[in-house]
Design a protein around this ligand. Structure first.
Ligand code: ATP
Ligand code: MG
Length: 805
């Protein structure tokens, strides 16, 4: 790449400098003097170091607007790094709002990964890749490493590939290529780590693939070794802005420093108390070192918190004070009194989920003494993602709409991963890992031996597995049913690939494979004859994958088919399959938005930077939060990072913050008794109100509680003797106890559709309530109140009256 002008991301931004200059600046008016200083100090390095909710992100956004408004930079000359894709979208929207017109062309506003993908596609050849490289997810990464480990005759029971993966990630986070791994690390993975790392990198290049860490690593390496490329970007990015700077790792930090080396107009904002990614290589030291790295930096401190009530702020400050070695800061708020932080203990996790569900419904109705709160304004923040299941199950049961943010939940499902592997092979036929996944899925009679033959043929000819498979078929190396099926598959791939590229190939002669000889066909040149959604359906149908689930008799099969449909639907928002695949590999949040209000469920990590009027913080139990693993692995450092997470959690709340814990919890199928979190004891008493759990004090558990497994007297005494629990009892305010309801929800299977009539109201576990519009055999067409019209097999719904709650 020699000239920026031939790249759309660098081409004429819609707001010309002149047009932007000297416009009114209403966006400055709402800012306090310290924020304003940070916004108006446009030249040179600026560090905004301040506590939660003090308006760092807001000031950063205003700074972007100011840059545009004063004509200092065009939208595409600003590099702005956010922590999640969601944050990037929000920032872009807000810039538009503040500016009073939508911003077109801010291609460089995004996460480190999203920005690096874009850059790397432009410079792939400098890393030995082609520009259509695939980004592997952790699952593929692990499979690849496992192959290498086995080939190296290493006992992967003793030395799990997963361990190697995390060592390699660690190196990549520190921007260490295999040659740069320091001597002190050579003992890693039984002294084979570095060698395997080098092999892994070579293999990735062969596969035309990268893993997540590579995106940054390759770009840092390219910048370090190609001064001309670096210089161009240094010139181009006039202004660099970074949110959540406390969580950058060494590779990200180096990347930023390289890019900022030109204009030195870099503005970073962060909060040392919110550094929560140490386990992923983030170095809070980066923020503390800023002034040394960028001499003459303006440091701005913000002290007014605009987000939370004084009680919430005091509770958060009380907890974080337990950490040593903080920079320390004062925070104040003008917000009116508000409620104290609420604390409640429950019998078990299900009870906790049930109670929170009721609280949410009460808040929705406005019966909690506050104004009616929409579901969008409420969030449940968990320490570990397995905690989500209890809430998901409960909310599905009561038909409470929710979204999971930050978890690749949907895209991690088996059928989705299979389908995506098909798409990947079609987009990039070099993608051997994806081909391995699908070659015998659905079963094509291609066992280990046949797959080995493909591997050997590919290797012998120096070609990809798809090509190898074709050769193996042509040479008659794979006999019988498997051979015929394989032929159909490779021909299918050729056909779909041709469709993808817009070639109008009607029929493909037998054995006619992907033909790249004519050179790359650009999508714009020949418009595709079908949409990528249609293509996706064709791929899934013609490959036999859809039929595979249609013929499957397990109870999960219908759900899987629905998911596949959902997947095709998800494609709609993208221009092409490649764009979609990229999106999925980068995805940080997976909300399928039907526009309705929803409660958000996410991990504390994913909640960074967000705010909600009503926040629930469940599972405050020692071992779960603070996490035992984190404490075992990193001792006091780990505990302090957990405490920062508690600080992040509490400071997400604007008006109501409820902390809860359970005395018993089932973790991975095992019941465990738990002690209330030590962080509960660190909450300043004056700012906490203890609620009486329904059921523990006087409410009594009926048949609902599985007492036989739970009612372990010794463990109970243990829990009740813990300081947190005793305090909880002492301070219990004896609120009226609500009678626990029967919690068993037996949804009665309706065997025959004939028992339903058109017009009848029914209930579905996932879609909630709806009315039957049509009946065909055992299939019902149902108009759901929230989920729209769907066709559902009768046995999956229940007459609404039969739902026992
Ligand atoms: P975090 O550390 O959690 O990321 P932050 O410092 O980035 O927080 P913001 O999210 O920017 O804080 O702001 C918190 C809230 O305060 C937002 O709702 C924002 O709109 C509001 N806010 C920020 N500055 C002001 C101000 N000067 N006047 C009124 N409201 C403000
Ligand atoms: Mg922020």
């Amino acid at each position: 790449m020699s000239d920026f002008n031939d790249m759309d991301a660098f081409e004429g931004a819609s707001l010309s400098a002149r047009a932007m200059a000297a416009r009114p600046q209403p966006y400055l008016e709402g800012l306090n003097p310290a924020q304003r200083a940070a916004v108006e100090q446009l030249d040179g390095p600026v560090l905004m170091l301040a506590g939660a909710g003090t308006g760092k992100t807001r000031a950063l956004t205003a700074r972007i607007v100011h840059l545009l408004n004063t004509g200092r930079a065009r939208p595409n000359e600003i590099l702005a790094v956010t922590f999640t894709n969601k944050a990037a979208r929000e920032m872009k929207n807000r810039v538009g709002l503040m500016l009073g017109q939508p911003v077109e062309g801010m291609p460089w506003l995004g996460t480190f990964h999203a920005i690096c993908v874009k850059l790397l596609r432009r410079h792939a050849e400098l890393a030995g890749l082609k520009s259509n490289f695939t980004i592997l997810d952790t699952d593929d990464q692990l499979r690849l490493l496992k192959q290498l480990v086995l080939a190296a005759n290493i006992d992967d029971k003793r030395w799990p590939a997963r361990q190697l993966a995390s060592i390699i990630d660690g190196w990549k986070n520190r921007a260490l290529t295999p040659e740069k791994v320091p001597a002190a690390d050579t003992g890693a993975y039984n002294h084979r780590g570095v060698e395997l790392y080098a092999q892994y990198q070579r293999r990735l290049i062969e596969l035309n693939a990268t893993d997540f860490g590579d995106l940054l690593l390759h770009m840092v390496t390219i910048f370090q070794t190609h001064a001309d490329v670096l210089a161009q970007y240094q010139r181009w990015f006039r202004y660099i802005l970074v949110d959540e700077y406390q969580d950058t790792n060494v590779a990200q930090y180096m990347w930023l420093r390289l890019l900022a080396g030109g204009h030195k107009n870099i503005c970073c904002v962060g909060d040392d108390d919110q550094s929560i990614y140490g386990w992923r290589g983030a170095e809070v030291g980066n923020i503390l070192r800023f002034e040394t790295d960028f001499p003459g930096a303006h440091v701005v401190r913000l002290e007014q918190n605009y987000r939370s009530t004084p009680h919430i702020l005091a509770a958060a400050s009380g907890v974080i004070e337990g950490n040593q070695g903080r920079l320390g800061k004062t925070l104040f708020t003008d917000v009116k009194e508000g409620e104290k932080v609420r604390l409640i203990g429950h019998w078990d996790g299900d009870e906790e989920a049930r109670w929170i569900g009721e609280e949410i419904e009460a808040a929705q109705r406005g019966t909690r003494g506050m104004e009616k709160a929409g579901l969008d304004s409420m969030a449940i923040l968990v320490r570990a993602s397995h905690q989500m299941r209890a809430f998901e199950d409960r909310f599905l049961t009561i038909g409470l709409p929710y979204r999971v943010i930050g978890g690749p939940r949907f895209y991690e499902r088996m059928e989705i991963r299979d389908a995506m592997a098909y798409f990947r092979v079609v987009v990039s036929p070099d993608d051997d890992l994806a081909f391995e996944r699908i070659v015998n899925t659905p079963k094509r009679g291609l066992g280990d031996k046949a797959q080995q033959t493909i591997q050997i043929t590919a290797r012998a000819n120096g070609v990809s597995l798809v090509e190898g498979a074709k050769l193996a078929v042509d040479q008659g190396l794979i006999k019988g049913k498997g051979g015929g099926e394989l032929r159909r598959l490779v021909e299918g791939i050729a056909r779909w690939h041709a469709k993808l590229r817009g070639s109008r190939i009607e029929t493909v002669a037998e054995g006619d494979l992907i033909d790249d000889a004519a050179g790359p066909v650009r999508l714009e040149d020949t418009p595709p004859s079908i949409s990528h959604m249609e293509l996706a359906e064709i791929i899934l149908d013609e490959s036999g994958y859809t039929a595979h689930w249609q013929n499957d008799k397990t109870p999960e099969a219908p759900g899987r088919l629905e998911n596949l449909k959902e997947l095709v639907k998800a494609l709609e928002g993208f221009e092409n399959l490649q764009g979609f695949l990229e999106h999925v590999s980068l995805i940080m949040d997976n909300e399928s938005d039907d526009g309705g209000q929803k409660v958000s469920i996410m991990t504390l990590h994913a909640a960074k930077g967000l705010e909600f009027p009503v926040v629930f913080l469940p599972g405050w139990e020692d071992g779960l939060f603070p996490s035992q693993r984190s404490m075992d692995e990193s001792g006091v450092k780990g505990l302090e990072e957990e405490r920062r997470l508690a600080y992040v959690g509490i400071t997400r709340a604007e008006e109501v913050c409820t902390i809860s814990f359970a005395a018993n919890r089932r973790v991975f199928g095992q019941w465990q008794n738990s002690m209330p979190s030590r962080f509960i004891d660190e909450l300043p008493e004056d700012h906490v109100e203890v609620l009486t759990p329904p059921g523990l004090y006087g409410g009594g558990y009926g048949a609902a509680a599985p007492r036989s497994t739970l009612h372990d007297q010794a463990a109970e005494a243990n829990v009740y003797n813990s300081p947190g629990w005793r305090r909880l009892q002492e301070r219990s305010q004896n609120r009226p106890v609500s009678q626990p309801r029967e919690t068993r929800n037996t949804v009665i299977d309706m065997a025959a559709a004939s028992s339903f009539v058109v017009g009848e109201r029914v209930f579905h576990q996932k879609f909630g309530y709806g009315a039957i519009q049509g009946i065909e055999g055992d299939k019902l067409e149902i108009a759901f109140e929230k989920a729209g019209v769907k066709n559902i097999v009768a046995k999956f719904v229940t007459a609404a009256d039969d739902v026992p709650f």
